[in-house]
Design a protein around this ligand. Structure first.
Ligand SMILES: Cc1cc2nc3c(=O)[nH]c(=O)nc-3n(C[C@H](O)[C@H](O)[C@H](O)COP(=O)(O)OP(=O)(O)OC[C@H]3O[C@@H](n4cnc5c(N)ncnc54)[C@H](O)[C@@H]3O)c2cc1C
Length: 399
């Protein structure tokens, strides 16, 4: 490469991509990313701060159809109307969605990686035919009920129970903190049975099923989070996933969603860093833009380095997922690192914006508050630390 072109490339350093990770993407991957960004810019960005402030997602059905229309729902699944894209494509989509808002990425993750993936991987042919094409199109919304009021990190002790009654199943119990619950047309519910934990496909209109909205959240406000109440819900034998038994059923789905979070968290971080950079360049104190002070530059440099590291880590995991495959502890490494670092980046960005950092006029505190949920759901930071610890030492330290 000539000195000239090296110099011109250097002069174009993208502060949001210090390591030029873009050069590692194919043109098809960049096209996928651009089309997701287009949807976000047109249909979500202008409204998201207002939805967050109101604690609502008023157009969730329209949004689901729009996201389904561009192939974003279950996009990494094959068949049944799904787009069959690569893990890297899916990751790039998650990054752009979460650069808009973690709540929107959650809508897509829960639909595609939890509810649809559960049916796609563990469902009967009949269940797949019935639900997947409509879910891929965004005409039906799904949720995934694993967590309970008394069983979060340790779902093995769940109390929701399914018992047989002739050929039917009767489900009783309660699920908590369920994303998309109150708008879902279908819930994938995990319950104890005499044969161990099993998954059930529960249409929302089934008598005894209700999904009251959880209010007073200060995080993921542009996402609907609900309880699921199962009060003698009678289901036909065909509602159960035929084969899978035990926690490996739900855990297989969580691994899919966690992978998307590895990428998504870097989207929230990128948005916060962009806001901090713009603000620091314009805000003048003591006669100079605050970007010109070493202390601000130290913050920005640290944020840029962590964003680059996390994005590279996400891409590495994506390439492995598309190639030799991922081990759970590798996903834990990505989720633990990227969510923790994204939260750090947002908190630092918040300080650069001073008082404006606490205003919804800027995206920073919205992302920061959202990431508090992302740190907890899909396995808390502590659980992922223990997964990594077990993989490194051979000792399980969960109990
Ligand atoms: C906005 C939002 C959306 C969600 N969406 C869904 C959904 O769609 N479906 C679903 O099923 N769930 C969902 N969840 C639930 C989420 O997965 C749980 O909150 C999470 O698994 C943690 O469970 P918990 O809140 O009961 O915390 P707990 O498990 O009670 O943990 C509390 C604290 O104790 C720590 N802890 C627990 N055990 C140990 C241990 N052995 N060693 C050290 N520390 C430990 C935890 O790390 C944590 O810091 C959602 C949560 C939120 C906030």
């Amino acid at each position: 490469m000539s000195t000239m072109s090296t110099a011109s490339r250097r002069s174009q350093t993208d502060p949001l991509d210090l390591l030029a990770i873009d050069d590692l993407l194919t043109s098809d991957e960049k096209a996928v990313r651009a089309s997701v960004r287009q949807v976000c810019d047109a249909s979500i960005e202008p409204y998201i701060a207002d939805w967050f402030e109101r604690g609502e997602l008023p157009v969730v059905r329209e949004l689901a159809k729009e996201l389904g229309g561009v192939g974003l729902l279950g996009m990494h699944l094959e068949g049944y109307g799904c787009a069959g894209m690569s893990a890297v494509d899916y990751g790039l989509a998650c990054l752009e969605l979460e650069a808009t808002d973690s709540g929107i990425r959650s809508l897509v993750s829960v639909q595609g990686s939890l509810a649809m993936y559960a049916i796609w991987r563990h469902g009967s042919e009949e269940q797949k035919q019935e639900w997947l094409p409509r879910m891929a199109a965004g005409e039906a919304i799904g949720c995934f009920g694993l967590t309970e009021p008394d069983h979060g990190s340790d779902p093995a002790g769940m109390r929701t129970r399914a018992r047989r009654d002739g050929d039917d199943w009767i489900l009783d119990g309660r699920k908590m903190w369920i994303t998309n619950g109150s708008v879902a047309d279908v819930a994938v519910v995990w319950a104890q049975t005499d044969e161990g934990i099993r998954g059930f496909v529960v249409p929302a209109g089934t008598p005894g099923f209700s999904a009251p909205l959880i209010k007073h959240k200060l995080s993921l406000r542009a996402s609907l989070t609900s309880e699921l109440v199962l009060d003698s819900v009678r289901l036909p034998a065909s509602a159960a996933f035929p084969e899978v038994r035990g926690l490996r059923g739900p855990l297989s789905c969580l691994n899919e969603a966690r992978y998307g979070i590895v990428w998504g968290a870097m989207g929230a971080a990128r948005s916060a860093l962009r806001a901090a950079l713009e603000y620091a360049g314009q805000r003048v104190q003591f006669g100079k833009p605050i970007a010109a002070y070493q202390l601000t530059q130290q913050k920005l440099a640290h944020m840029g380095v962590e964003l680059a590291n996390g994005t590279l880590l996400a891409l590495h995991l994506g390439r492995r997922k598309d190639g030799p495959g991922l081990r759970p502890e590798q996903i834990s490494t990505g989720k633990l690192n990227n969510v923790t670092k994204a939260l750090e980046i947002c908190r630092t960005a918040r300080t650069i914006l001073g008082a404006n950092g606490i205003s919804l006029e800027y995206p920073v505190i919205r992302h920061m508050n959202n990431l508090e949920s992302v740190l907890t759901y899909e396995g808390t930071a502590e659980m992922h630390t223990l997964v990594i610890g077990q993989a490194m030492t051979g000792h399980a330290a969960f109990r």
